[in-house]
Design a protein around this ligand. Sequence first.
Ligand code: ATP
Ligand code: MG
Length: 225
Amino acid sequence: MNSIIELKQVIKLYERGSEKIHAVDGINFSIAPGEFVSIVGPSGSGKSTLLNLIGCVDKPTSGVVEIDGVETSSLKEKELARIRNTKIGFVFQQFFLLSTLTALENVMLPSVFSRNGQKTNKTKRAKELLDIVGLADRVNHLPSELSGGEMQRIAVARALINSPKILLADEPTGNLDSANAEIVYNILDKLHKDGLTVIAVTHNLELAHKTQKIFKLKDGKMMDE
Ligand SMILES: Nc1ncnc2c1ncn2[C@@H]1O[C@H](COP(=O)(O)OP(=O)(O)OP(=O)(O)O)[C@@H](O)[C@H]1O
Ligand SMILES: [Mg+2]
């Protein structure tokens, strides 16, 4: 099958003294390009760990993580960073916007660390992205001048500035009321319909049901769908 993300027998083991925690315990997982899927499961079931492995933020203890055809477990930190910067966008529950930067500057921030593209193009692209998330009229606002839902939409725009193929969102609606959660999910759905591969961790089953597939995690293992 043609897949953009492929996990085979992935294990992440945390060892603290004599204590062993199998945060991710033998996961097989395959995502086709452009799919929109959700990951659900109780607290501590390994959702964030799994997302960090897919996002090349973390390396598995064993098993295979393939991103866009590249086997990542044997890569050096520099090569992993390259995959992270070029192929993957991250959105978190806490929006992590820099308080002294405007909406536009926050969206542009990841492009400062990316070598491709000129500054003027990045400004133009950042404005387009703010338009896509419905915030064209908030370009010059500071985070303190925005609502929570607006801040999260800016975090989504920021995750897309380097044109990733994959968007990973860890509880992107966890700090939002239901109306704003739905707005953010509709944006993710629109991005998926435009070809982006989207994986969202959520506790909100109503939103999970809007995605094409729901993966259920328990004790680091994948339950039957
Ligand atoms: N750096 C670490 N060292 C040791 N144990 C860890 C570490 N990170 C996570 N864990 C453990 O691994 C397990 C999975 O954690 P993880 O953060 O992936 O859960 P989660 O499903 O995202 O939970 P939540 O819904 O609360 O965010 C938990 O038992 C956690 O305590
Ligand atoms: Mg988590």
